[in-house]
Design a binder for this molecule. Structure first.
Ligand code: ZN
Length: 243
């Protein structure tokens, strides 16, 4: 759905990789996110999807049965979702146009990142109906998030579930397997979430921010550098994950 692989296909490819002798397999089960966006995170359709994907994870675990002692199985989410109750989106773009300042707005569901000169004085954002809060990410970038039930978009987008607000930063993590490193992995993953560095347009200094989700759309490149961080870059925003 929406260009992502079906969870059934992901499961088959994962099981094939294990059977083929792979030592590290990373798989993304995307359908729970997509179905929750379309029908809402608490909808019967989404609940059925969560159960279906849970069974696929079970199939992957089953495929490890013969060599359980060699494997660590980590299942993690990247965010939760919240229901949209007001289908009229929050329009930061129209309010920004009246300011006549250069900059950019990246709508990301229940949050938006505003960069450039229009983020110099962000007080206008909290006057836009539906904006619950703002937080400065860097000298020239500001995160704005929506009140519960609302979302950001320049035009009507038919969604019933969104993520991006601090409320959706909740994570789930399950660590299993018989590998001797499993306990250490579980202890590490239980520590606080990785920090995120967000750099707005024209802003070379990064700011630490504890929101690890939802700020990136279609990363252009991903480079693991000598400082051990993963750097993702888009034309307007750079984000650096540091564990
Ligand atoms: Zn999503």
């Amino acid at each position: 759905m929406l260009g992502y692989a079906k969870d059934r296909e992901t499961t088959a490819a994962t099981v094939r990789a294990v059977a083929g002798g792979a030592e590290l397999v990373i798989a993304q089960f995307n359908e729970p996110d997509t179905v929750a966006h379309v029908f809402g995170p608490d909808s019967p359709e989404a609940l059925r999807r969560y159960g279906g994907t849970d069974r696929y994870v079970g199939e992957v675990a089953e495929s490890l049965r013969g060599e359980w002692g060699d494997w660590a199985l980590l299942v993690v989410s990247d965010h939760s979702q919240e229901s949209v109750t007001d289908t009229v989106p929050i329009d930061l773009h129209s309010a920004a146009a009246e300011l006549r300042r250069e900059g950019s707005i990246v709508d990301e569901g229940a949050a938006a990142v505003v960069g450039g000169a229009m983020a110099d004085d962000p007080s206008w954002m909290v006057r836009v109906a539906g904006v619950e809060g703002i937080e400065r990410l860097g000298d020239r970038s500001v995160l704005a998030w929506a009140a519960p039930g609302r979302y950001f978009a320049a035009g009507q987008v038919p969604v019933r579930g969104v993520h991006g607000s601090p409320r959706t930063a909740i994570q789930v993590a399950v660590v299993a397997g018989g590998h001797p490193g499993v306990e250490e992995l579980a202890a590490r993953i239980a520590r606080p979430a990785p920090a995120v560095h967000v750099v707005g347009p024209g802003d070379c200094r990064s700011a630490r921010h504890p929101l690890p989700t939802g700020l990136i759309d279609r990363p252009r490149q991903s480079v693991l550098t000598s400082d051990g961080c993963c750097h993702l870059e888009t034309p307007c925003i750079g984000v650096k994950f540091c564990v």
